[in-house]
Design a protein around this ligand. Structure first.
Ligand code: SAH
Length: 457
């Protein structure tokens, strides 16, 4: 954009035509090339907008009235303004298109890899009620416990909003039941400001295939009052409950789970199955939240990895060994590395559970363990990485380049860091062959992709 004066003023009412979407799903309209970002507006729409912020290079607006409506606009199933499902006003097709464009944009603008094919995103047939895990804050109103999501950009709980349309139905029901039982047993809610009270969060996790249920009660106090009654009522209500845990978080923090997790009833883990492999999952371990799409994602990762019986494989950021155990079925040996000790202990348990003897798991930071493996003489044929949103540590990317595997499969939950890391791998002698986005989080702006990278030098 050529240097120019900001063409709008704060509080001005303007007419705007929308042509694009930001990565958060806000509409983008331009006035003389100056972009304004407006929540809840879609490409092709025209609207009366109030300018709420006019920065030097871009501004923000509030939708006052839609004058032309996009055929891709649909009535949201849920009208709660939490921080969650911000794309519900878009048809699912538009959501999928928007996510794919973002992957393409990142490939072009960040990685300078516009020639690499980005395949059409793999979506769900029914893009609702997919989540297998929730963590719902508990508050109090007029002496009664309330549960629900926080209002956008605040810690104000919106009452009775625990039943989100992305959660599976069982989870919604269990959260309400735990709250109602706790209410009857007069367990007090945690008060964030005063750092007093007991019950902070209710976490529920389910196994899609097994129907197992885990409940984690998170409290500030070491003691959970009336716990025996709570256990009795819960287990009588839900025959599928396999695990009730008590997590203690006595810190003033936004982090949900504290360091101490005690078993209240049943096992310390629940089971689920993806494909032919059974997984034991404990309270603190990462496990993908959309089970049916997880299968789609892992199948693609496996296809890209093209493992044969002679291959030695590393699965970095392996969590509870989900991808590792899939790979181990075809490989000579798989090494997994993960920073959370509980997850590695689950991974080892999972290998045993499935009779898999060619997988080895190590606790540690992937970026530290990989150079150590290299020093030990480990030469992987294929490396799979599945890092958190911030992407791979540069040390890890360099370690991979040094290890010279013939193939790298990169599973990513953030297209920008994926593209940034692909650039580094490209400069280190690797070529990106293709990228497959998978919609793991319908109704939200999160984007998952798998990239296939091969050694060229
Ligand atoms: N591949 C697994 C987990 C992916 S999520 C699955 O599909 O289930 C990313 C994982 O990376 C989390 O389990 C997190 O605990 C782990 N992690 C985060 N930073 C790490 C690091 N520096 N080294 C190793 N693991 C890390």
């Amino acid at each position: 954009m050529a240097k120019q004066q900001v063409p709008v003023n704060k509080n001005e009412t303007i007419h705007l035509t929308f042509e694009d979407l930001t990565h958060e799903g806000n509409g983008v309209g331009k006035i003389n090339g100056y972009p304004l970002f407006v929540p809840n507006a879609l490409p092709g729409e025209e609207a009366t907008v109030k300018v709420v912020k006019a920065n030097k290079n871009f501004g923000f607006g509030k939708l006052l009235e839609l004058n032309k409506i996009s055929p891709e606009r649909i009535e949201p199933v849920c009208h709660v303004h939490c921080n969650g499902c911000g794309l519900q006003h878009m048809s699912y097709n538009l959501q999928l298109g928007m996510k794919m464009n973002q992957v393409k944009n990142a490939m072009k603008k960040v990685a300078h890899l516009e020639h690499v094919p980005v395949h059409p995103i793999l979506g769900m047939d029914e893009p609702l009620h997919y989540r297998n895990k929730v963590q719902i804050p508990v508050g109090e109103k007029n002496g009664e416990l309330i549960t629900g999501f926080y209002q956008k950009r605040s810690h104000h709980i919106i009452e009775n909003t625990e039943t989100c349309v992305t959660h599976n139905e069982v989870i919604n029901d269990v959260v309400k039941t735990v709250r109602d039982i706790a209410n009857r047993l007069v367990i007090k809610a945690y008060n964030e400001q005063a750092h007093k009270g007991v019950l902070r969060h209710i976490m529920v996790r389910t196994g899609e295939e097994t129907k197992d249920i885990m409940v984690v009660i998170v409290t500030r106090t070491d003691k959970l009052p009336n716990k025996d009654e709570l256990i009795k009522e819960l287990t009588e209500t839900y025959p599928h409950i396999k695990s009730i845990m008590h997590n203690v978080n006595n810190k003033r923090t936004n982090v949900i789970l504290g360091n101490k997790t005690n078993l209240l009833w049943g096992d310390e883990y629940i089971h689920d199955k993806i494909g032919d492999i059974t997984f034991a999952i404990s309270a603190k371990s990462f496990y993908q939240v959309n089970p049916s799409q997880t299968k789609v994602l892992y199948d693609k990762a496996l296809e890209y990895a093209k493992i044969d019986n002679d291959d030695v494989v590393i699965d970095a950021y392996c969590g509870i060994g989900t991808i590792s155990l899939f790979l181990a079925q075809n490989a000579k040996k798989v090494y997994g590395v993960e920073v959370v000790p509980e997850a590695i202990s689950d991974a080892k348990k999972n290998a045993k559970l499935n009779g898999i003897t060619n997988a080895e798991f190590v606790v540690g930071k992937a970026e530290k363990v990989m150079p150590w493996w290299t020093a030990q003489g480990l030469k992987p044929d294929v490396i799979v990485v599945d890092p958190p949103r911030k992407g791979c540590d540069e040390e890890l990317l360099n370690a991979m380049i040094e290890m010279k595997p013939k193939r790298i499969v990169y599973v990513s939950c953030n297209p920008s860091t994926l593209a940034r890391d692909l650039r580094i791998l490209e400069d280190g002698g690797y070529g990106t062959k293709e990228v497959q986005p998978v919609d793991m989080f319908p109704q939200t702006n999160h984007i998952e992709s798998v990239a296939l990278i091969e050694r060229v030098l």
